[in-house]
Design a protein around this ligand. Structure first.
Ligand code: GLP
Length: 241
């Protein structure tokens, strides 16, 4: 794993956006795997800024997102679909028909997982997968203990993840209890992985993911086995390594 030290959140966001921009410039019809959460917001803002300056063109880009809450429609303000449109898609020239997220309203989890993996396969796989990391080392919504060989599947969110994500909802009870997520297998098939991390709350997870044993107890630790994974972290997130 290549580790890039950024000074602070803004520096992390610019460095991550630079890597994504390079991907889009090198391969305008690339498949970008995208992530939600607070960490990539600054990266998306930077991409929008460069798009507005005329430096980036998303017209041929296709995106596949990591995950989506189960049981809420895409129009729900806290769906990851809404997040992506608010933070990126509404502000750049991406074709909305080239944007994919798991369908949180599909009640058949096996069918939804298979449908989503078939889309990714049909697209020819992900060129660059952007990832955040949970405080407990989760990537996507792959919680500790997940089987590494899974493709896209339905997960029960841990209490700690619901707790961490309640800030986006009016009250904790509104946070969905389940989600569809790309599995570790799906994530590891991406040709490049870009992991972003910011803040002291991520320091333990980053240390365990980068230098601890490769174990399902720390889902992010599998990235040590990825042939082309880059971590961009700010000083606080990298403070223990
Ligand atoms: C959620 C998302 C993850 C994300 C994690 C960390 O659980 N499913 O993809 O990495 O939150 O989020 P944040 O960046 O807000 O700390």
């Amino acid at each position: 794993m290549k580790i890039i030290r950024a000074k602070d959140y803004q520096d992390m966001s610019r460095k991550a956006a630079n890597i994504i921009s390079a991907q889009v410039i090198m391969k305008p019809h690339c498949i970008l795997g995208l992530a939600t959460g607070g960490t990539p917001v600054g990266t998306y803002q930077q991409l929008v800024e460069w798009y507005n300056k005329g430096d980036l063109d998303f017209s041929e880009v296709t995106t596949v997102n990591l995950d989506e809450y189960r049981g809420i429609a895409k129009e729900h303000p806290q769906s990851y679909w809404s997040f992506m449109f608010q933070n990126l898609f509404n502000h750049v020239n991406i074709n909305p028909s080239n944007v994919y997220l798991p369908d949180g309203t599909n009640p058949d989890s096996a069918a939804e997982g298979a449908r989503y993996d078939a889309i990714i396969q049909h697209l020819g796989g992900v060129d660059l997968q952007l990832l955040g990391i949970g405080n407990n080392g989760h990537i996507g919504f792959n919680e500790p203990g997940v089987a590494f060989e899974l493709g896209t599947h339905c997960v029960d969110l841990l209490e700690s993840t619901i707790e961490a994500n309640k800030r986006f909802f009016e009250k904790k009870e509104d946070v969905p209890k389940q989600a569809y997520t790309m599995g570790i297998k799906t994530i590891m098939q991406a040709r490049k992985v870009l992991l972003v991390a910011s803040g002291a709350a991520k320091a333990e997870a980053i240390k365990a993911a980068c230098f601890g044993p490769v174990t399902p107890q720390v889902p992010g630790s599998i990235l040590q086995m990825h042939p082309d994974c880059t971590l961009v972290g700010d000083a606080e997130a990298l403070s223990l390594i």
